[in-house]
Write a protein that binds this ligand. Structure first.
Ligand code: FAD
Length: 454
């Protein structure tokens, strides 16, 4: 009998143990039916950037399958219905998928497994999108890790398997009719990177040439110092163990630092696995009582559209809208600005990021926001307030990043490019004066913090 392979966040053929299991399970000539389900409860809220990236990634996956004589079957609907229908239409003996550890995915998979079980078809789940699956590591006393450094040590000691092979060339691919390949275009003017497994490997190979400089360049938003692997990792176009296997062959400090960043990704997935509520609620509840301002006003719009009058904040928010990605340092600065200068609750900013990022990922995003808001596990303490002007001067010393994304600043001299209202003639034409006074808002933020601490 054939098997069904249900693709989700693992849009690749290589190094996909669950896909190998599906190929092994398909008896004789019956083959594997490769399926993707466009689930309305994920598709709608994803936002156009993520939907467009996913559409492109599915096309790339279909092309890779066509090279091997297959076709990706895409159907829209509730996975409980669609997966069961497809499995029954083809007479599948089993359905295979990579395990999902997110709050929605876990619950959905239980429902799908139950529905399949009524027809005697097992849902076989294997592997994870992480080097070490969430829930695997525990402290000496048997509790989840709440602090990153000991987690990263345990993560490294635990290790991971070697990358798996692609399914053998002899694998037969079966098919049923699909209905509706999604074809969403990105928001106007937004330029996405190439999607798909080949693009992921190509970008990774290019980055390996630069990884030795990663430790020094990664905090410079004006330098192409990071890997930009995040959308590829998000959609599982490449697995982190493939990256880790390459890094293990390198001795540079850059390679070691990069490995630690991948540990952050696994750490936050582990935190979310243990505390699914932390996708919405404060991980540390004491900050939930803090007074916050109205999220629907003009200040939120100024932040979202990149016209706060703080160059590094505006550059980041415009980069997000232009390419569906933002540099990590600037994610921290823009998030801090929303929470501590504009006094708007982190969930509103997190939702905006989820809508615009091609790499939008529930665990990394929500916990990145909670880190900044001071409410996360192992977070930056609330009272440490980023100064957007000094952050800009420190991490973008020549102003190349802000000039790239805020063209109004092109002719402002280096000394004033992060503080254009202090320039002799004031800010250049068309660029706003600061919407708030940072020193004042910092005092205000700390006063509100003192209120909840008491
Ligand atoms: P690199 O510096 O090349 O890092 C390599 C990989 O390590 C990344 O692709 C990512 O998978 C992982 N990584 C690096 N830093 C982190 C981190 N702090 N937390 C978790 N994983 C990390 N990352 C997302 O993938 N999706 C998100 O939605 C997301 N939202 C964020 C929101 C905020 C407020 C903050 C502060 C950070 C967020 N991050 C998110 C983490 C980080 O900013 C991005 O992973 C990184 O900028 C992606 O670019 P890169 O691939 O070039 O990173």
């Amino acid at each position: 009998a054939p098997s069904v392979f249900w693709f989700r966040r693992d849009l690749r053929l290589q190094d996909n143990p669950a896909l190998l299991a599906a190929a092994a399970a398909a008896a004789g000539d019956d083959g594997v039916v490769p399926l993707f389900v466009v689930d309305p409860s994920l598709w709608g809220p994803a936002g156009r950037t993520r939907r467009a990236y996913l559409s492109a990634s599915l096309r790339a996956l279909d092309a890779a399958l066509q090279d091997r004589g297959g076709r990706l079957v895409v159907r829209a609907g509730d996975p409980v219905q669609v997966v069961t229908d497809v499995a029954r239409e083809v007479g599948a003996a089993s359905v295979h998928a990579s395990s999902d550890f997110g709050p929605y995915g876990r619950e959905r998979d239980t429902r799908v497994a139950d529905a399949l079980a009524t027809h005697g078809i097992p849902l076989e789940r294997l592997g994870s999108p992480y080097a070490v699956a969430p829930g695997t590591l525990q402290t000496g006393s048997g509790s989840p890790y709440q602090i990153f450094t000991p987690f990263a040590r345990a993560w490294h000691d635990h290790g991971w398997r070697e990358p798996a092979e692609a399914p053998p060339d002899s694998t037969r691919w079966a098919s049923v009719t699909g209905r509706g390949f999604p074809d969403e275009a990105p928001p106007d003017g937004l330029e996405l990177p190439d999607a798909g497994e080949d693009a992921a490997h190509q970008r990774w190979q290019e980055f390996l040439e630069r990884v030795a400089d990663y430790a020094t360049d990664r905090d410079r938003p004006g330098v192409d110092g990071t890997s930009r692997m995040s959308p590829h990792l998000k959609w599982g176009e490449i697995h982190p163990r493939t990256l880790l296997a390459d890094l293990a062959r390198l001795r540079s400090e850059g390679a070691a630092t990069y490995r630690t960043e991948l540990a952050w990704r696994d750490f936050y997935a582990d935190v979310l696995w243990h505390r699914p509520d932390s996708a919405r609620d404060y991980y540390k509840s004491e900050l939930a009582a803090m007074a916050y301002d109205d999220p629907d006003g003009e200040l939120f719009a100024a932040w979202a559209e990149g016209r706060t009058g703080y160059p590094i904040v505006d550059a980041g928010m415009r980069q997000l809208r232009a390419v569906g990605w933002m540099h990590n340092r600037v994610r921290m600065i823009t998030a801090s600005f929303l929470v501590k200068d504009l006094h708007i609750e982190w969930q509103h900013g997190a939702r905006h990021f989820m809508r615009w990022l091609a790499d939008a990922d529930l665990s990394s995003n929500q916990h990145g926001w909670q880190w900044t808001a001071g409410s996360g596990t192992d977070a930056s303490p609330y009272f440490r307030v980023f100064n957007p002007t000094t952050q800009g001067k420190k991490f973008d010393p020549d102003g190349s990043y802000v000039r790239r994304w805020v063209p109004e600043l092109a002719d402002v001299d280096d000394r004033h490019v992060h503080d254009p209202s202090a320039a002799p003639g004031g800010p250049p034409a068309g660029y706003p004066a600061p919407v708030v006074d940072h020193a004042e808002e910092r005092r205000e933020a700390l006063a509100r913090y003192e209120e909840v601490r008491r």
